[in-house]
Design a binder for this molecule. Structure first.
Ligand SMILES: [Zn+2]
Length: 150
């Protein structure tokens, strides 16, 4: 399980500023950090998504910054719960993330129906991409929603 460090300690969640080629600064990238040995890692699904995002960004002559949570639905939700929630255990935190994700998925599905009704293909594609960012990690079954960091 990715929730645990090699040393056996359970990871804490945090957010970092990541620099790319000294040109692009990406803020609020979700990471895990071990409170015992201080080992830290970018979450595997973030690594993949982030490298795709970086490939799509232009390298300009001057440096610029952006916020990762503007580009990834799940990162946005995790960040929002992380900075505003009052829950004090990791399990309660995960449960809250699941609940917010489920609500967001429902909202996106409603939007998708609207987009489909007006036959707006590019809007539909955009909503699909956002749904995918959520449903890759959040699987909703009949009455169950599972969520994992990894
Ligand atoms: Zn450790």
């Amino acid at each position: 399980m990715f929730e645990y460090c090699k040393c056996g300690q359970r990871f804490d969640l945090d957010f970092r500023l990541v620099d790319y080629k000294k040109q692009i600064s990406i803020d609020n990238v979700p990471i895990v950090i071990c409170p015992k040995c201080e080992h830290e890692e970018i979450l595997p699904w973030v690594q993949q998504d982030l490298s795709l995002l970086l490939q799509s960004l232009p390298l300009e002559n001057k440096s610029y910054g952006l916020d990762y949570t503007d580009f990834n639905e799940l990162a946005y939700i995790i960040y929002k719960v992380f900075t505003s929630s009052e829950v004090d255990t990791k399990d309660a935190f995960k449960l809250e993330v699941q609940t917010v994700c489920a609500a967001r998925i429902n909202t996106l599905l409603d939007l998708y129906r609207c987009a489909s009704d007006v036959h707006d293909q590019s809007w539909m594609a955009e909503i699909e991409a956002r749904l995918l960012q959520l449903t890759q990690k959040v699987l909703s079954g009949e009455n169950e929603i599972r969520f994992s960091w990894a």
